[in-house]
Design a protein around this ligand. Structure first.
Ligand code: FES
Length: 573
């Protein structure tokens, strides 16, 4: 134990001998607490992103009670603080617009209150990076309690999960293969219980990466939300966090370039979401650790996709848990990991992988029998994306990874969606669909519009994948030959703003290139007449966001949050 009671941060509030200390203790006693409850115990914050409009976190209200039990058992004093609940499906225009707001809220909640350490409760896509970004910037001991994936469901004898299957059934409904009555009945299928999406979407990717970074108890990110083991895990989170306070086990001690590369290796082995590219770079920059898109591409080239999970594979998170979960997968890729990295257990990763065995080789494949010969993420550059773009080859049609075709360009999401229903849309399976003004500034918030739908005319011909390019993101549960995160985005004058319908586009994933075959002179001419789109947001959070958000290859954080000297502790008087 390196920290003594007298060293605790909360003592500045509660041990003060003056009138302020009196008021702080008095107000705690107003709630029925005893003087010694706040004076003689470490104070644990529980930041909870539960809300009635966040089905993925529906169980976190009661799980917080389990965390509190653990804190009390370990001699701490728990206080629950609600924070912005970013339920992916309900929050518009996109939760990504608010990830940085949650990060800022988390940091300031911790800074402004008498808190010695924190258990972070989230799981739905942006809550994991948002909470961790805030906790890294705050720098007190922090442990992440993941919401856990929802349970598998079955429809007409077939196992179905959230996200990926929704898109599949929608395409079948659009092309008449699913009847209207079945489509309505599917509303009550696929999402069988509280918990996060049970495919290898962004939620499962980010909670697994949080575990690989060292912020999560071993195996915790794989436990289904409705398993009794999830409640036991939550109790253990509270208990362990109290010990971490005494050990002064801060994020700065957990994080290193090695731990970030471990997280990226896990993303690749899982066939994780492309969204992770933005989040992991944002997290690294908060920690002051260099990490670039090139690093992600390098790891993707050497770590194969071995988790047989949708959308790259065929199974769901519950199957992954039964197969051994994340520790088993990490053990299988241990030659690609830095095993000396410290985790919230207080031990090196090496120790906690001992004995973590895969019990189902079909769900977690051996390294020599991967799910795909294609990587989970490839980073492209070229005259269409000079600062980079990403694609998920493992969840795309291999036939399209080398492709040349004419562009069909849309300037907005509504324009694109209206066109997709047009039976006379001038397109063939070779057409390259392009959507712009969908990036961090342009949309704003870089929504998940990058999985552009297949035009209905082509769906009816049986086409299920095409090359699509945008400065948007794509849901981690979706699949397809979608080039995403084009940087710089079109709204700030990136070359995507200059491409025109009919330009020939060349995609070469093996060569990591994406180009439009347009001469430099012609591009210069188009640039001379280009004007930035007029933005309607003149006030509020969106205005602040548009003024300060960084580009996709930099993590889309706010520029004034990612760097700078540590913020001073608040004055108490
Ligand atoms: Fe919350 Fe997918 S909608 S995890």
């Amino acid at each position: 134990m390196t920290v003594k009671l007298a060293d605790l941060r909360s003592r500045r509030w509660y041990a003060d001998a003056g009138m302020r200390g009196f008021a702080h203790r008095q107000r705690m006693q107003q709630m029925g607490l005893r003087r010694e409850d706040v004076l003689e115990r470490p104070i644990v914050g529980i930041i909870n992103t539960w809300s009635d409009l966040s089905p993925c976190h529906a169980h976190l209200r009661e799980r917080a009670d389990a965390v509190k039990r653990g804190v009390l058992l370990a001699g701490g004093m728990p206080f629950e603080l609600p924070a912005l609940s970013l339920g992916e499906v309900m929050v518009k225009p996109t939760t990504m617009l608010y990830r940085n707001l949650l990060a800022m809220e988390c940091e300031e909640l911790l800074r402004s209150h008498p808190i010695d350490g924190v258990v972070l409760m989230g799981g739905c896509d942006k809550t994991t990076p948002g909470l961790l970004m805030g906790a890294i910037s705050m720098g007190i001991p922090a442990l992440y309690c993941p919401a856990g994936p929802m349970l598998n469901d079955r429809h007409r004898g077939r196992t179905v999960g959230a996200g990926t299957h929704t898109r599949m059934f929608w395409d079948d409904y659009q092309s008449g293969r699913v009847e209207a009555a079945e489509w309505v009945s599917l509303e009550s299928r696929m999402t069988r219980s509280p918990g996060t999406c049970n495919t290898m979407g962004t939620a499962s990717t980010m909670t697994a990466m949080a575990e690989a970074l060292g912020f999560v108890l071993p195996g915790a990110s794989s436990i289904p939300a409705m398993d009794a083991g999830h409640t036991r895990m939550a109790t253990r989170c509270g208990e362990r966090l109290v010990q971490m306070i005494w050990e002064d086990l801060t994020p700065q001690r957990l994080l290193s370039r090695g731990s970030f590369l471990n997280a990226v290796a896990v993303q690749m082995a899982l066939g994780g979401s492309t969204n992770a590219a933005v989040h992991i770079i944002a997290l690294a920059r908060r920690a002051g650790i260099p990490l670039t898109l090139q690093d992600l591409d390098d790891v993707g080239r050497r770590v194969p996709v071995i988790a047989n999970l949708f959308p790259s594979g065929t199974q769901l998170m519950e199957d992954f848990y039964y197969a051994g979960g994340l520790p088993a997968l990490m053990n299988r890729i241990r030659e690609h990991l830095s095993l000396d990295e410290l985790t919230v257990t207080g031990q090196a990763l090496r120790a906690q992988l001992e004995g973590a065995e895969v019990v189902d080789d079909e769900t977690i494949r051996p390294l020599n029998n991967p799910i795909s010969t294609q990587p989970a993420l490839a980073v492209l550059t070229g005259n269409l994306c000079p600062q980079g773009a990403v694609i998920k080859p493992s969840a795309a049609d291999p036939r399209l990874m080398q492709h040349r075709g004419p562009a069909l360009v849309f300037d907005s999401q509504p324009q694109m969606l209206a066109a997709m229903a047009d039976p006379d849309l001038p397109c063939t399976p070779d057409t390259v669909l392009i959507l712009r003004n969908a990036g961090p500034v342009g949309a704003p918030g870089m929504p998940e519009w990058g999985g552009l739908p297949i035009p209905k005319k082509l769906l009816n011909q049986g086409v299920r994948d095409m090359v699509r390019i945008s400065d948007a993101r794509m849901s981690g549960t979706h699949y397809g030959s979608c080039v995403l995160h084009v940087s710089p985005e079109s709204a700030v004058g990136g070359p995507l703003a200059l491409v025109q319908t009919g330009d020939m586009i060349e995609l070469d994933v093996a060569g990591r290139r994406l180009n439009m075959q347009v001469s430099d002179d012609e591009l210069a001419r188009r640039r001379s007449v280009w004007r930035a789109p007029v933005q309607p947001f003149t006030r509020g959070w969106t205005r602040l966001y548009q003024q300060h958000v960084t580009q996709a290859h930099e993590g889309c954080d706010l520029d004034f949050l990612e760097h700078g000297a540590p913020t001073p502790e608040p004055v108490i008087f």
